[in-house]
Design a protein around this ligand. Structure first.
Ligand SMILES: C[S@@+](CC[C@H](N)C(=O)[O-])C[C@H]1O[C@@H](n2cnc3c(N)ncnc32)[C@H](O)[C@@H]1O
Length: 409
């Protein structure tokens, strides 16, 4: 019998928990007209919370645990896995980045790059930056470690801007303008590289994992994000273990994993609140006009819509659903309905959000296990504080000496 790795154990714990509590997270809150679970204790608790309580709890792991720890046994123990993995982390001492080199990089991005760099082991391999944007990460690392970097990016203007910055500071950074989802894009990968991907979205990092495994990349450091940006409606697990313990994730479910919000300002908070109310108010209007009370989603829109006029928003939404509106609906009536429904939805979401970190952990562990299965030594840890970026899980993998490149499966 083969020995179970720590990653496998964590994954099975995660899967068991998500399956056990499936009814609390695998649902569409907007489609619920009442609390969707039969749980009187939870119902009483959730209905007694004020709006202020809701947003405070939603943003604090400590408060979530205080309020819901007893109701969902095992849920918060999963966080100990990341905490334990982190206890082995030691941040590498680095030179302070001079202001002229960091110019133009946002404060949080700079903190992320700094924290990411401190987790990289010494390596003599040339660096490859996957989905680089303007290549801020690559530029700073090439300066820091005095090693060349190739940065691959799909948007030509970002390549042009990034190349200009590198040239200005005489940094050995070379941009490749290519689509990583094509054979030409992936051809840039070579076994003896230190591959770096900070916040590469869904399919972009899945492609990286599959290609890296196929060619036998020796060293990989990946921070995934936007798990829902995949071409299929449903998620196909990467690792064998996840295929055995699949929790059947739709794109809607996958979005839950990235709903963690770093505390937003009051204005953004208010816009979010209005958006939910207006969408639900429109839903009530549509249900009444069409006689169909099933929830029908609307596409996302720029946030500025929600500082405008509700009637304009309804006209836009009705056009999307090919619905004609009466000349003068009682807008206030529907806004009141929307506000009432929004209060319910926020309570359902509060409970659903308890599962966003376990779900993200499930997804990241699937990626880590995929690498482990293909002969990599893998480490998973939070590389920076959650407030610096909620997408703070870093996968680090090095190919064991005995492993041959394999056809990705
Ligand atoms: C979330 S950004 C991350 C950028 C950078 N790594 C960072 O951390 O700031 C993702 C980047 O991937 C690029 N991208 C999207 N699709 C791509 C593709 N098919 N091939 C290469 N790059 C792509 C985008 O243009 C964008 O610059």
């Amino acid at each position: 019998m083969t020995e179970t790795s720590a990653l496998q154990q964590a994954f099975v714990a995660c899967s068991t928990l998500l399956t056990q509590y499936r009814q609390y997270w695998q649902l569409v809150p907007f489609a619920c007209q009442q609390l969707p679970w039969q749980n009187p204790v939870l119902e009483q608790k959730i209905l007694s919370l004020s709006e202020q309580d809701l947003s405070a709890i939603d943003q604090s792991l400590v408060l979530q645990q205080q309020h819901f720890g007893e109701l969902f046994a095992g849920l918060f123990a999963l966080n100990d896995y990341v905490a334990e993995a982190n206890s082995g982390l030691s941040a590498r001492g680095l030179k302070k980045v001079p202001f002229w080199l960091a110019n133009g990089i946002g404060g949080r991005k700079l903190e992320q790059i700094d924290a990411f760099a401190r987790q990289l082991p010494p390596s003599a391999r040339p660096m490859l930056e996957w989905c680089a944007g303007k290549g801020h990460l690559g530029r700073l690392l090439a300066w820091q470690f005095q090693r060349p970097v190739t940065s691959i990016e799909w948007q030509q203007q970002l390549c042009v801007d990034g190349s200009a910055l590198a040239a200005q500071f005489d940094i050995p950074q070379h941009f490749v303008h290519a689509d990583v989802l094509t054979a030409a894009g992936s051809a840039i990968l070579a076994p003896q590289q230190q591959v770096l991907a900070l916040h590469a979205c869904g399919q972009l990092h899945i492609q990286l994992l599959q290609q890296a495994v196929a060619i036998g990349s020796e060293e990989l450091h990946l921070v995934p994000c936007c798990y829902h940006l995949i071409p299929d409606e449903h998620y196909l697990p990467l690792s064998k273990l996840a295929r055995q313990h699949d929790v059947a994730l739709s794109q809607h479910d996958l979005k839950l994993a990235v709903q963690g919000q770093v505390t937003a300002g009051a204005r953004v908070e208010k816009l979010r609140y209005t958006e939910v109310q207006w969408r639900l108010a429109y839903q009530a209007l549509r249900a009444e006009l069409s006689g169909d009370s099933h929830y029908r989603p609307l596409s996302s829109v720029a946030k500025h819509w929600f500082s405008g006029d509700f009637a304009d928003f309804c006209r836009w939404a009705a056009a999307q659903h090919q619905l004609s509106l009466p000349a003068a609906p009682d807008w206030q009536f529907y806004l009141n309905k929307g506000a009432e429904h929004a209060a319910l939805v926020r309570r359902i979401e509060l409970v659903r959000h308890l599962f966003r970190r376990p779900l993200e952990l499930w997804l990241v562990l699937d990626r880590a296990l995929y690498l482990e299965q293909h002969g990599y030594q893998v480490r998973l840890a939070a590389f920076c504080d959650y407030q610096v970026t909620p997408r703070n899980l870093l996968i680090q993998a090095s190919l064991k000496a005995t492993t041959q490149p394999s056809l990705a499966s």
